[in-house]
Design a protein around this ligand. Structure first.
Ligand code: GCB
Length: 599
């Protein structure tokens, strides 16, 4: 019977898929942009597949010769731009959550025509949320997590003499035990949202490195280099920083790594003077170059110290969504519009919410002098009891930290946003904070805690959360004047907070539709929003140990939670800029505060 034969085939296929696919759990190599790469960005064919039909057929197999025209044909299918979210490229995909198949064909460009024994990797900047990959009909691997890079070794799967066919299945269905999980107040942009490329390396290559100012002595640059490949032991690596007259040969140990400690007196990186140095690492004639800034970040009592001096984080929150047309940011111009707007509103700091933004965004922050809070999307409703979720969290944290550990701009790793307090969650996040410190003990570790209307007495607020013991700064979100109490209450509210930690307000805000002036007490009126900011600042000014503020948010952004017709129209309206980048009244109130506070 047909049904039976399909069932048997399905069972065999599932078994086969489990056998041959491996999940990409290892961090990808550092600094792709300085390697020999072939971009695979451009227009890719796609097939939408809401019923996962392709899993049971051979879409990912090699039968693209046009002879099998039953059910699918990539050649006659429409196209999507990569990188890019699928939702904003075609109306029928706007609300789509499901499986979509991509295919591109490519020839190896001449610079990739391989030297003997060289290796080829397929690198994805990010794909949301689950990804499976086939190259020339062969399974390459899979990855889970929508905002961090991953790569696969495809050395023995690439054809150098004929068309290569790369098929990628991306699925953005939200999962109970995923990160994030079911509910997010941002758009679940699906697809190949960041660049895809091939990377060629020598058989033994520089895989990862850390080059930083010592935590305890700003006249020492220290770090390590790790090699991977066929012969990692006893290799000579040259480390040079020409401007600092550093030129040193280092020799790798049997495990392929080597540490170093060098005397130097660099000009320190600050938002006012974001000095970067060219750092070259050379192995067997191949050089990886980076631009690295040197600074320290620490806390002392209730102060955050940048290079040993107190600094106030005059910030704003940002989603990775473009300033003028509200899609996933994908190029240098998109990043630049966002970060330049943050600078224009007087910031020296940005919270890149609620997931790691693209690598170029962070590199741009390095260049233009913005300190960065970088976060993984442990957000509302996480399954704290699931071991799978914990291992996903560690993986996302590892991929975020290992991509950006050399960025001077990044001063805070955030492990979560607004998670309700219970024993399992606090244990989960305390352990995760420990993982963050193991991966990088030079930066501050934080999480945006939440204030759930906790009043000790009338208008005396506090935040009770034992997680703060595991964190370096005490940062929390509060929405007094919007979700909680009234803006007028701000004038008399006092806060009872720990006295020995810097206090950072990681969110506050109010919504307004641009051009709506329905009075200073009316919801979604610009006048009200600006007024909430004014009253908030009256309150925040009085907090002892206040070390940073970042209102929610730079610009209006798409959210499936925000359907109020004629006002929200699928947008969270708490931006100081509209979804087209126009300034609301609150913009100037924020700018005045930031300019007064940034030091
Ligand atoms: C929050 C969340 C943020 C939301 C915001 C809001 O506390 O952290 O993701 O978008 O509130 O507008 O409600």
């Amino acid at each position: 019977m047909k049904t039976n034969s399909i069932t048997i085939r399905q069972v065999v296929l599932v078994f086969f898929m489990l056998m041959v696919q491996h999940v990409s759990w290892a961090q990808p190599m550092m600094n792709i942009s300085s390697r020999n790469v072939q971009s695979l960005d451009g227009m890719w064919k796609f097939i939408i597949d809401p019923y996962n039909h392709g899993d049971w057929s051979y879409w990912h197999d090699q039968k693209f010769d046009g002879t099998i025209l039953q059910d699918y044909d990539f050649d006659t299918s429409p196209e999507l731009r990569v990188p890019g979210d699928w939702n904003t490229q075609r109306p029928e995909l706007y609300f789509y959550e499901g499986t979509l198949w991509y295919r591109t064909k490519f020839n190896l460009q001449s610079s990739m025509q391989r030297k003997e024994d060289s290796k080829l990797f397929l690198h994805f900047g990010a794909a949301n949320y689950k990804t499976k990959v086939w190259l020339n009909g062969k399974s390459v691997g899979e990855h889970e997590g929508g905002y961090t890079p991953f790569e696969f070794d495809v050395t023995d799967k690439v054809f150098s003499d004929k068309d290569n066919s790369l098929v990628v299945r991306v699925n953005n269905v939200r999962l109970a035990d995923g990160i994030p999980t079911y509910s997010t107040d941002w758009w679940n942009y699906g697809g190949l949202t960041r660049s895809v490329c091939l990377v060629e390396t020598s058989p033994t290559y520089i895989y990862d490195y850390s080059v930083q100012l010592s935590k305890t002595d700003s006249k020492i640059i220290n770090g390590w280099i790790r090699l991977k490949g066929n012969n990692v032991s006893g290799q000579k690596v040259r480390l040079s920083i020409p401007e600092l007259k550093i030129n040193k040969i280092l020799e790798s140990g049997t495990d392929g790594s080597v540490g170093f400690l060098l005397k130097a007196k660099p000009i320190l990186w600050t938002p006012e003077n974001p000095k970067l140095y060219t750092v070259n690492l050379t192995l067997n004639g191949e050089t990886i170059s980076d631009k690295i800034g040197f600074r320290t970040i620490s806390v002392q009592g209730d102060k955050i110290l940048l290079n040993g001096k107190p600094v106030f984080l005059a910030g704003v929150n940002i989603h990775e969504e473009t300033l003028n047309d509200s899609r996933r940011a994908t190029c240098a111009e998109d990043d630049s519009l966002l970060l330049c707007a943050a600078k224009e509103v007087g910031c020296n700091f940005v919270r890149l919410a609620h997931y790691p933004h693209n690598e170029d965004m962070v590199r741009l922050a390095d260049r233009i002098g913005l300190m960065v809070w970088s976060e993984i999307p442990l957000y509302w409703g996480i399954d704290w009891k699931s071991k799978r979720t914990y291992s996903l969290a560690v993986n996302q944290l590892t991929e975020m930290i290992s991509r950006d550990r050399n960025r001077a701009s990044v001063i805070i790793w955030s492990i979560a946003n607004e998670t309700s307090v219970n024993r399992e969650r606090t244990e989960f996040l305390t352990n995760l904070a420990g993982e963050a410190r193991k991966l990088d003990n030079t930066r501050l570790v934080s999480a945006a805690l939440q204030n759930v209307n906790k009043q000790l007495a009338h208008n005396v607020y506090t935040v009770e959360d034992p997680l703060h013991e595991a964190l370096d700064i005490f940062s929390f979100n509060e929405y007094i004047g919007w979700y909680d109490n009234t803006k007028y209450a701000c004038d008399s509210i006092t806060w009872v907070l720990p006295e020995n930690k810097p206090i950072v307000i990681s969110e506050f805000g109010a919504g307004a539709r641009i051009g709506r002036h329905s009075g200073k007490d009316a919801y979604f009126s610009e006048d009200n929003m600006a007024d909430v900011y004014r009253h908030q600042f009256v309150m925040l000014r009085k907090i002892k140990g206040l070390a940073g503020t970042m209102p929610w948010i730079l610009k209006d952004f798409r959210s499936p939670h925000r359907m109020l017709s004629g006002i929200q129209d699928d947008f969270n309206r708490k931006g100081v800029l509209s979804d087209k980048g126009e300034k609301k009244q609150a913009w100037q109130v924020l700018k005045d505060w930031n300019e007064e506070h940034r030091k």
